[in-house]
Design a binder for this molecule. Sequence first.
Ligand code: BGC
Length: 748
Amino acid sequence: MKRRTLFILSLVHLTLMLSVQKKTTRVKSADAIDLKVKTLLAKMTLDEKIGQLNQYTSDRLATGPLTPNSSKFNEIKTGRVGAMLNVKGAKETRMVQELAMRSRLKIPLLFGLDVIHGYRVTFPVPLAEAASWDLDLIEKSARIAGKEAAAAGVHWTFAPMVDIARDPRWGRVMEGAGEDPYLGSLIAGARVRGFQGKGLGNLDAIMACVKHFAAYGAAIGGRDYNTTDMSDRTLWEVYLPPFKAALDAGAATFMNGFNDLNGVPATGNSYLQRDILKGKWAFNGFVVSDWGSIGEMVNHGFATDNKQAGMLAINAGNDMDMESHSYNANLAQLVKEKKVSVATIDEAVKRVLRKKFEMGLFDAPYRFSNEEREKNTLNSPENRAAARDIAKHSIVLLKNDNQLLPLSKTLKTIAVIGPLAKSNIDMMGFWSVKWENDHLISLYEGIENKVGKTTKLLYAQGCDVTDTSKVNFSEAIATAMQADVVVVAVGEHFDMTGEAKSKANIHLPGVQEDLIRAIKATGKPVVVLTMSGRPLIFNWTADHADAILQTWWLGSEAGNAMADVLFGDYNPSGKLPISFPRSEGQIPVYYNYKNTGRPSANDYGTGYKSGYTDLQNSPRYAFGYGLSYSEFELSGLTLDKTSIKPNETIKITCTLKNTGKYAGEETVQLYLRDETGSVTRPVKELKGFKKVYLKSGETKMVNFVINKEMLSFYDQKMNWTTEPGTFDIMIGNSSDHIVLNSKFELLQ
Ligand code: BGC
């Protein structure tokens, strides 16, 4: 044997040994935790066990500073509380943890908080981040949020929300990753990895809580808290994949939802929680209810009272009660009545205790509550820079007639107009952890920071977001008349999309579109920035503005990021993660629909075809759409095989060229269609994408590999399988802009 081979062999041996060793250590430490959990459980009274399943909110958000003598805090001292939410900051969390350390068994509390898009530094709202299609950046954003939160005593975030949403009337659409199960799954995984970092137990890792299990995004009519009703096929094909992806990424906890699914509230749904999550998927973390969702089963007409609701919830696999006050009040009695077994309670308690051990809280209950670390970690320049970076990647260029953008930094006069032009507060979005007196950068400030001293900036508000009066239009028009170009900032206030913010009318609110019309009538070039947490409808603007940027709510560095894009320091690369409708009447409108027996030939339902006679079927802007200041050309599609057996793969290659004058990034999207199946299949499904950065004039090869997983689906018996037949390959830069087509056969 040659020396080199010997060397390689011993290396392989070493690696194998190490990995075996690693595995045994992991198994050992899992066993060790199991043992600790069992030993502790054996010491606990029934009341103490039930206490571990109880989560209260602090009253801080509602009533100012914490009041340590409130009855909730007294319950902590007697071991009747397992977790708190809305306690934040190293000092506060320490103070409350000290109360738990006065309880008989000194079981530490978990502190949970909605860290949805940043903790101290506010990042773009999740839907905006999803528009970046940049998994590394999305993970980084969650990583920073996780680090900051962990340094402020928080152990657990109620994120990511991975609900697929096809209905922009639903206010919570802003919290997720949009309409697509594939993109949504990748983003779900990225966010979990970001929050949990190198794993629970590390001082900068917080537990993720994947929510809302399941199907909450399909609330009928887009009405928050509403019923969901769907086939098992839609549940498994569309709504469950991101949850599974989050679980596979190691998510520590799950939250159920307010909705009932096919007649059974998610909180009391044992098909979801016991059969799927804890059964088929073998989830070993714990499930927390949504806020008050156990008690709400009474309103659903599923339980007669809070006590029966508690019984139904715990028996269905809901481990922790968030603010229903049902478990603490009723579980002991339910055990006496033999309606809930001690074994069921033990199983739930073990899940909770396991996470507390994994977080290292028994050894050091205050380890996250360190004021010094908090001071050094929060709001650092690096964290703000990361927020700016992801914010500019989240912006989507919807229109750019005559290449109006990017603007020159040496324009003489720019008019910045509109209700959101100087707004700081709206940049934070609905779920930011609100910081009093925090400074978020407005669009106006961002432009001011960007342009030189020779550029004159003018401002007029024109109207407020929801104004119905046009009295201030004349001032805005006069201002526009003096400028070389007009930048108009319109959209929604930060609290218009979010929880309990469902809307039947998602047109640009108030008279904002009239303001754009009035400005456009001046003949000046008009750039519109739409700022919102959801897709809005603005057809007139889409037809007549010269350029449009969808800027969402971008967080702490919003204005700087918008200015980076406006003036070409960053070439926009965002792609819509959700369709923008033309009218509320066509909702739900999404790209992966079914062909039907009468597909429309002209986008309308005329001639007895599927569709509307008075409106196109297609959305105003499709899933995957987004322009760049550059142009990209796709060509030369090749396949290494045109037929495969199920276990074989096909390698696809194509060429992407930047034919424009700016360097930039294009997202090449791969869609597949199974032409015929034993169940009907969507007209296209995203199965892969690549973000490719190209200098002007540069060309790169783009590769995809098609594998069995991408070709599989649930058959009539709901088996995950493949079937022989023809598949269409579609490659483009948007779901409605397919440039390259091909086909292949899947053989028996
Ligand atoms: C929301 C959850 C959130 C919880 C705690 C509920 O109203 O639905 O998503 O995590 O409140 O704030």
